[in-house]
Ligand binder design. Structure first.
Ligand code: ARG
Length: 480
């Protein structure tokens, strides 16, 4: 029976150190030992690193043997054991035993069960600090590659649709007010450009993380004659890291990934928002694919753009992951601190959300149908060619642009009062505003002429858009 008056009380089955504290332990079901075990365990999430952990260990063991630090026989047993563990994990998943804390100890403990004493030689000249830094880099490097592939797929969808709609006219907006006519192809290619920058950010992050921390050991390096070039090469890194203290404390690679992911997610959220807006009834510019929409449980007419809304929403969580890791790392002294164990959940979460968002957007762009007639009608409705009237006055009548802007403004006012389009105003009325206007102006006021005229490099003219589509197709290897 338990004595309640003692300051600490032994709990059954909690193992060493499992005492409930009578001063503060009232609210805890378990004693400090169990709390420590729970707060310490990273295996529930870092088991996702098992492939990288095994690859790192195999490279390390091979190097130890090549350097004569362990025997070839022990290295062979270690390697075979690790290969078997990989098979077990693949088939049965990674077991979650909190007492083994993390993926590193879980695997080493299983290795001991499988091959006996030789397992104890694997951790020579290594620490979990350089081990986890290496594993996590390998994981993040692969995540960069997946993001780049997902971005390329979405870019291909955008470029394909941009090619189909190179000459289809829609209103271009600033302040979400009709500004000037643009082509739908041009609009879609704007996102192609954003995603190009995203891809280069992931590629740059990947290049920067191409240095291997393995062999930095706990923080100071090791006294064993290891070959860090060999392990770096075996794991696909360009070279070993140059400072052991930095190696075990650096999480810049994860921050680089998250910051590229956050910017990419931000772009996806803007594209998602436009699709949501365009799919709304007042706009009616696009019909989103059924496969990426949902119905309402109460309103039979509804088709909701849930996938796009979730992409927009996920961008908040991805940006949150970046902030989370930045705040975790802020102010940490050299070298390793356990705070850094918290580096993984935000990265894992962001990667999952980003990859799903990229796939959802690729599907949405590929399979949406655009209502080009409605887009065109909207472009004609908002006096979108008022700038063309001003430009015409500058070009054909030598009017200074500021004055031409005024004249065009007066014409818009008149058209608005009459409830007609700009090019439906009678010539006489236009000439009453400014006598320098003649019948040739009407050609400039059509939306076709407006977009065709904007043929400056990077402009919205169909000719320019087709060139950009071609350049993009080449960049993406779509014509091979
Ligand atoms: N699970 C730990 C992490 O993810 C591994 C490193 C542990 N190192 C240590 N010195 N306790 O950070």
């Amino acid at each position: 029976m338990r004595a309640t008056a003692r300051v600490t009380e032994k709990r059954e089955g909690d193992g060493i150190g499992a005492y409930s504290n009578a001063m503060w332990g009232g609210r805890f079901a378990a004693g400090p030992g169990a709390i420590m075990r729970e707060i310490n365990a990273s295996i529930p999430f870092d088991k996702a690193l098992w492939r990288e952990d095994i690859a790192g260990s195999r490279a390390h063991a091979a190097m130890l043997a090549a350097q004569g630090i362990i025997s070839g026989e022990d290295a062979a047993a270690i390697d075979a054991g690790l290969a078997l563990i990989a098979q077990e994990y693949e088939l049965e998943g990674v077991p979650e035993d909190w007492d083994l804390e993390d993926i590193h100890m879980t695997t080493e403990s299983r290795l001991g069960e499988l091959i006996g004493a030789a397992a104890g030689r694997l951790h020579t000249a290594r620490s979990r600090n350089d081990q986890v830094a290496t594993d996590f880099r390998l994981w993040v490097r692969a995540a960069c590659e997946r993001a780049e592939a997902g971005l390329a797929a979405l870019q291909r969808a955008l470029v394909t649709r941009a090619g189909e709609h190179a000459a289809d006219i829609m209103p271009g907006f600033t302040h979400l007010q009709t500004a000037q006519p643009v082509t739908l192809g041009h609009h879609l290619l704007a996102y192609y450009e954003m995603l190009r920058r995203d891809r280069s950010r992931f590629a740059a992050a990947r290049a920067r993380m191409a240095e291997c921390p393995l062999g930095s050991a706990a923080l100071a390096g090791t006294g064993f004659p290891i070959d860090r070039e060999a392990t770096a090469k075996a794991l696909g890194f360009a070279r070993p890291t140059a400072n052991s203290l930095d190696s075990v404390s650096d999480r810049d690679f994860a921050l680089d990934y998250l910051s590229a992911a956050a910017q990419c997610a931000l772009h996806l959220s803007r594209l998602a928002e436009e699709l949501i807006l365009w799919a709304s009834q007042p706009f009616g510019f696009v019909r989103l694919p059924d496969a990426l929409s949902t119905g309402s449980s109460i309103m039979p007419q509804k088709k909701n753009p849930d996938a796009a809304e979730l992409v927009r929403g996920h961008s908040g969580r991805i940006a949150g992951a970046l902030v989370s890791l930045m705040v975790t790392m802020k102010g940490l002294p050299l070298a390793y601190s356990k705070d850094m164990q918290d580096d993984k959940p935000p990265v894992f979460e962001a990667a999952g959300l980003l990859e799903l968002s990229l796939a959802a957007m690729a599907g949405m762009i590929a399979d949406s149908s655009f209502d080009t007639a409605r887009m065109r009608a909207a472009a004609e409705a908002g006096f979108a060619t008022a700038t063309d009237l001003a430009d015409w006055l500058v070009r054909e009548a030598g009017v200074p642009f500021r004055e031409a802007h005024h004249i065009a403004g007066a014409a818009v006012k008149l058209a608005e009062e009459r409830g007609t389009a700009l090019d439906a105003l009678p010539l006489a009325d236009l000439r009453a505003i400014d006598a320098r206007i003649d019948e040739r102006v009407f050609a400039a006021l059509s939306v076709e002429n407006s977009v065709a005229a904007r043929a400056s490099y990077g402009g919205t003219a169909p000719t320019r858009v087709r060139e950009q589509v071609e350049a993009a197709r080449q960049e993406l290897g779509m014509d091979d």
